[in-house]
Design a protein around this ligand. Structure first.
Ligand code: ZN
Length: 137
């Protein structure tokens, strides 16, 4: 499998984990990915940071103080799926950025007439789920 596809698969896995398990830090995400362990290579800490930060489906919901020992406390960012936008498991697919799509999803994706992003559309004549949900914020 090409590296690009492997990354997209990890992106989808991260979305699914956040959706199912709820808000968590990068360290927790890393350990869950490790437990599931069905990857050629797990993302490094810095690439996991960018996978979490550069996905429009994921939001930062706060910070958690983590004791690093010696009384040193680090603030770790807590991430969650954007629950305003994503309300059911099916919504994950319809709000998915092109970079997270599988090959078969990419083939079915069309341009949203409102935001011009390539998305899987529930109805190809309507706007994408991201646009329709954002209109309601
Ligand atoms: Zn749109």
């Amino acid at each position: 499998m090409a590296k690009k596809n492997e990354n997209a698969r990890i992106r989808r896995e991260i979305e699914q984990i956040l959706y199912e398990e709820g808000a968590m830090t990068r360290a927790r995400m890393s350990s869950i990915l490790h437990e599931r362990g069905n990857y050629r290579s797990l993302p490094s800490d810095s690439s996991l940071t960018s996978l979490l930060a550069k996905n429009s489906q994921i939001v930062q919901v706060g910070t958690e103080k983590v004791d690093m020992g010696d009384g040193v406390k680090n603030k770790n960012i807590v991430y969650d799926i954007d629950r305003e936008m994503i309300r059911s498991e099916e919504d994950l697919i319809f709000t998915r950025p092109y970079s997270s799509m599988s090959e078969s999803e990419k083939k079915r994706a069309t341009h949203c007439p409102t935001c011009r992003q390539k998305r899987l559309m529930k109805d190809r004549y309507d706007e994408c789920l991201v646009c329709s949900r954002k209109g309601l914020y």
